[in-house]
Design a protein around this ligand. Structure first.
Ligand SMILES: Nc1nc2c(ncn2[C@@H]2O[C@H](COP(=O)(O)OP(=O)(O)OP(=O)(O)O)[C@@H](O)[C@H]2O)c(=O)[nH]1
Ligand SMILES: [Mg+2]
Length: 204
């Protein structure tokens, strides 16, 4: 048995990738696509992994066999609404939400963070890292009890993770090394990780 609660991982793969100019989920890093790599990392700490996307056909051959796909209607309306939809399919208390463009995450890091769930106060709806004044919501843990407040926020027209988290009780996930959250959005970002001598072992 693991020393953290059962987790469902929800992986977002429905972005436009407009800055990258091609689908980030399909980018290859160290011989594995970004999306498959994210699924494999998530599998290591989650009892169920689901990919939420409007185009399942694009990914069904690259994701590991036991991962589920949740189809999101088109047109997409951003990560917050995709998360709210996916959350309705979750049966574990805790969820790990991940973007598919965080290629430096590793299983040991995610497991270490998962252990912190035991320290989260009962009234908190999430455990999320911060970078400066902003949350890093697409690499965070959410309790299923956040769904009610999330749905209310969305019904009021909200679409911003930052604003929703700022009006919620959220525990900050303190991270030792923010480089682990390196977000690969542009061709230049991709060059950086491909050419970095430190990422061979994915230890920034
Ligand atoms: N399912 C789903 N995922 C989304 C949606 N929008 C963004 N994402 C995902 O959220 C994560 C972060 O996306 P961003 O890097 O902010 O945006 P992007 O749309 O992928 O790329 P840009 O067009 O360059 O902003 C990625 O994993 C995206 O695939 C959406 O509407 N639905
Ligand atoms: Mg991004």
């Amino acid at each position: 048995m693991s020393d953290f609660p059962a987790l469902t991982a929800l992986i977002l793969a429905g972005g436009e990738s407009s800055r990258m100019g091609r689908d980030k989920a399909l980018l290859s890093f160290q011989g594995v696509s970004f999306l498959e790599n994210t699924c494999l990392i998530a599998q290591d700490c989650a009892v169920q992994v689901s990919v939420i996307t409007p185009w399942p056909e694009r990914y069904e051959l690259i994701i590991p066999p036991c991962c589920r796909i949740i189809r999101e209607p088109l047109p997409t309306r951003g990560p917050l609404l995709a998360f709210a939809l996916a959350l309705t399919f979750v049966s574990t208390d805790w969820v790990l939400l991940l973007a598919c463009d965080l290629p430096l995450l590793t299983p040991p890091i995610m497991q270490g963070w998962s252990r912190l769930l035991a320290t989260v106060p009962e009234n908190a709806i999430a455990l999320v890292p911060r970078c400066g004044s902003r949350w890093e919501p697409l690499c965070g843990f959410y309790h299923r009890r956040c769904l009610a407040s999330l749905q209310t926020y969305i019904q009021q027209g909200g679409t911003s993770f930052q604003k929703w988290l700022n009006v919620s009780v959220v525990e900050e996930l303190i991270i030792d090394n923010s480089e682990i959250l390196f977000n690969c959005n542009t061709p230049e970002d991709l060059e950086i990780i491909i050419n970095s001598p430190d990422v061979d072992s994915k230890k920034p």
